[in-house]
Design a protein around this ligand. Structure first.
Ligand SMILES: C[S@@+](CC[C@H](N)C(=O)[O-])C[C@H]1O[C@@H](n2cnc3c(N)ncnc32)[C@H](O)[C@@H]1O
Length: 243
C-alpha cells in the first residue's frame, strides 16, 4: 500500500506546476527511459492523424501543456501548419522548449493555463493537441470547455495520455511497472525519493478510462470521437472533431 497522498483539487495546479519545474531538466530523458522511447511513436501518431484529417492550408495549432515542446515541434514540421502556440504553466519546462526552438519562427511558446485560455478568441485554432496533460489539470471539464471554445468548426482535438489496460493479466504487469518501476527510474535519475514519481502513477487512478473519456468529450460537444490504444491500452490517443 502506498502512503502517498494526492493533492486536493484546490492545491493540485500549484503542486503540479512546482513539481514539473523541479523535474524539468531530466524530464525528456525520464520519458524516453520509462516508455522505452515509445512516447515518440505515440506522439508521431498525432501527426499522422492530423495529416489524415486536416486538408486545408494555413493551419493554426495549439499544443496545451506543451512541456518541453515534443508535440509542438512535430506539429510545426507539417508543411500546411503555419503557426503553433505551445502553452504551459511551468516556467522551467517552457524554458527548455524555448531553448530547443532556436530559430523556428512557426512556434510561439507562452506561459499560460490550460483551464483558462484568456489570450485566445473563440474559434481561433484548427487543431488543439495535449500530451500527458489532461490528467494533470485541476479541472478537466473547464479545460475541455476552453478547448472546444477556441477550436474552429471543422477543427480537431487530439489528446494523448495514459489509458487503462483491459486484460486483467496484462493489467497486473502494467500496474507493477507503472507503480513500482517508473518511480524507481525517477528516484535513480534524480538521486533520491521524489513524490512526483508517486504522483505520476497515482494520478492515473483519478483519470477516466478510454470509454469514459470518449463520453466526456461527447458531452462537451465533440463529435466523431474515437481512440487508439497503444501497448494494450497503457497509452491512448483520443481524436475528436468540432463539426
Ligand atoms: C507530463 S508533462 C507533458 C509534456 C508534453 N506535453 C509531453 O507530452 O511530453 C505535463 C505538462 O503539463 C503542464 N501542465 C499541467 N497542468 C497545466 C495547466 N493547467 N496549464 C498549463 N500547463 C499545465 C505541466 O507543467 C507539464 O509541463
Amino acid at each position: 500500500m502506498s502512503t502517498y497522498q494526492m493533492p486536493d483539487s484546490a492545491s493540485k495546479a500549484e503542486y503540479v506546476r512546482k513539481n514539473f519545474d523541479l523535474i524539468s531538466k531530466k524530464y525528456d530523458l525520464f520519458n524516453d527511459l520509462n516508455s522505452f522511447f515509445l512516447h515518440r511513436v505515440w506522439k508521431n501518431e498525432i501527426i499522422k492523424q492530423i495529416k489524415k484529417k486536416i486538408s486545408k492550408e494555413d493551419v493554426t495549432c495549439l499544443d496545451l501543456c506543451c512541456g518541453t515542446g515534443d508535440i509542438a515541434f512535430r506539429v510545426a514540421q507539417l508543411p500546411k501548419v503555419t503557426k503553433v502556440y505551445g502553452i504551459d504553466f511551468s516556467d522551467k519546462m517552457l524554458s527548455i522548449a524555448k531553448e530547443r526552438k532556436k530559430t523556428n519562427h512557426k512556434i510561439d511558446f507562452q506561459i499560460g493555463d490550460a483551464t483558462h485560455l484568456e489570450n485566445f478568441t473563440n474559434e481561433f485554432f484548427d487543431v488543439v493537441t495535449i500530451g500527458f496533460g489532461l490528467r494533470n489539470v485541476s479541472d478537466i471539464h473547464k479545460t475541455l470547455r476552453e478547448i472546444y471554445r477556441v477550436l474552429k468548426k471543422g477543427g480537431m482535438f487530439l489528446n494523448l495520455d495514459v489509458g487503462k489496460v483491459k486484460n486483467p493479466l496484462i493489467r497486473v504487469f502494467a500496474n507493477f511497472y507503472f507503480f513500482k518501476i517508473v518511480p524507481l527510474i525517477g528516484y535513480l535519475l534524480w538521486g533520491g525519493k521524489n513524490e512526483m514519481f508517486n504522483y505520476l502513477p497515482e494520478s492515473s487512478l483519478y483519470y477516466p478510462n478510454q470509454e469514459e473519456l470518449k463520453q466526456i468529450l461527447e458531452q462537451h460537444g465533440f463529435q466523431e470521437v474515437s481512440y487508439k490504444n497503444f501497448v494494450f491500452g497503457n497509452a491512448v490517443l483520443h481524436i475528436a472533431l468540432k463539426t
